[in-house]
Design a protein around this ligand. Structure first.
Ligand code: PLP
Length: 393
């Protein structure tokens, strides 16, 4: 048999992708499955973005390699966006463009971690963080949240050791939709500065918030010291419905960004040139289409929230304020259905109600499930009907 590296043997496949796979298998077999396990907007990429990409292809300007860090106009557009959203000036040298935010996080782990270095992951955490830390030889250290699914410096301090290098903070959060307030972020930022822990701020859902402001508070820009202690991770996937284009970025101290560029130069070189042009178009176009997608997500959230909380045995920590997910505690529903784990619960929901969701195990929080509302309202309402019948049977 093929001998694989210890590294490859230790990595676990993405559970969110696995659930989607089973749903697609049932669909292929003719079962009418509603897939609420997906992590991408259901909208098409806005037309002006596509038009710019097509024009660049036809003009022949995207046929060759670009700078590993990304084309300058895109890096400038990213730095202008950071200025617009958070009031922070960063030079284009502090920006590196990657193949999705996923690769920005991966590359960051590669340049940051030595064997045994620890990274704090507040639960629930996005499934890839732990694997990426592990692939870099680091040790993911999970942090239990409060009942509101947030952590404060008190929880972080309990998990801190002298080996702690970084904290990955994701707000708005996948899977819970939780959004940290400015004051909560400031407290965490001050703690991180005092402990010299790098904050990796995954703000990929930062412009998908539904209560008041069109942008979530970010740890970047709170104070100069906190900003200097932070690497900002972002991208166009979620805000602009561009998951397939694979454009993300990291923004941070020049020495760190330079190290990421060097690693990337051996790994991918630049990411796809045409996608970079499309991302530049997204960041610089009239932002009205973002507003209309945001309004749609809000309508869905508001319609589904009361139905979900009314399901027997489903409990939400609060109304999610961002991203496009619900993350109810279903331990009481599991008791009603006589299953022992949320993984079994999810399998039963898929086989009997024909609704695909993700088990909380994937996010370090068994006893929960994640439902995405990146589907049309009629589809979501049908799914809620099915779940209601399922829980009543
Ligand atoms: N971070 C979080 C929390 C996510 O949910 C995702 C996508 O699912 C990503 C990062 C990566 O996004 P992408 O690689 O498409 O830019």
């Amino acid at each position: 048999t093929m001998r694989l590296s210890k590294r490859a043997q230790a990595v676990r496949p993405s559970a969110t992708l696995a659930t989607g796979q089973r749903a697609r298998e049932l669909q292929a077999a003719g079962v009418d499955v509603i897939n609420l396990s997906v992590g991408q907007p259901d909208f098409p990429t806005p037309a002006p973005i596509k038009a710019q990409a097509v024009a660049a292809i036809n003009a022949g300007t995207v046929d060759g390699y670009t700078d590993t860090a990304g084309i300058l106009p895109l890096r400038e557009a990213v730095s202008q966006q950071v200025q617009r959203l958070h009031g922070v000036s960063v030079s284009a040298d502090q920006v590196v463009v990657t193949t999705g935010a996923k690769l920005a996080l991966y590359t960051l782990c590669q340049v940051l971690l030595d064997p045994g270095d620890e990274v704090l992951l507040p639960k629930p955490y996005w499934v890839s963080y732990a694997e990426q830390v592990g692939l870099a030889g680091g040790r993911p250290v999970t942090v239990d949240p409060l009942a509101n699914l947030k952590v404060t410096p008190a929880q972080l301090a309990q998990a801190y050791t002298p080996r702690t290098r970084a904290l990955i903070l994701n707000s708005p959060q996948n899977p819970s939709g939780v959004v940290y307030t400015q004051a909560e972020l400031q407290a965490i930022g001050e703690w991180a500065v005092a402990r010299d822990v790098l904050v990796i701020a995954d703000d990929i859902y930062g412009e998908l918030v539904y209560d008041g402001s069109a942008v979530a508070p970010s740890i970047v820009g709170i104070t100069p010291a906190i900003t200097a202690q932070t690497v900002l991770i972002g991208g166009v996937s979620k805000t602009y419905a561009m998951t397939g284009w694979r454009i993300g970025y990291a923004i941070g101290q020049p020495a760190l960004i330079q190290a990421m560029k060097t690693v990337l130069s051996h790994m991918t070189g630049n990411t796809a040139a045409v996608s970079q042009v499309a991302a530049q178009a997204a960041l610089t176009m009239d932002q009205a289409s973002v507003g209309s997608m945001r309004a749609d997500f809000k309508r869905r959230r508001d319609a589904i929230y009361p139905l979900l909380t009314a399901l027997p045995g489903f409990h939400l920590a609060g109304k999610p304020q961002g991203a496009f997910y619900f993350f109810p505690d279903v331990t009481a529903a599991m008791t009603i259905k006589q299953v022992a784990t949320s993984q079994e619960f999810v399998a039963k929901v898929l086989e009997e109600a024909h609704v695909a969701v993700v088990a909380g195990e994937a996010f370090g929080m068994p006893g929960h499930i994640r439902l995405s509302y990146a589907s049309s309202l009629p589809v979501l309402l049908t799914a809620m009907d099915r779940l209601k019948k399922f829980m009543q049977d």
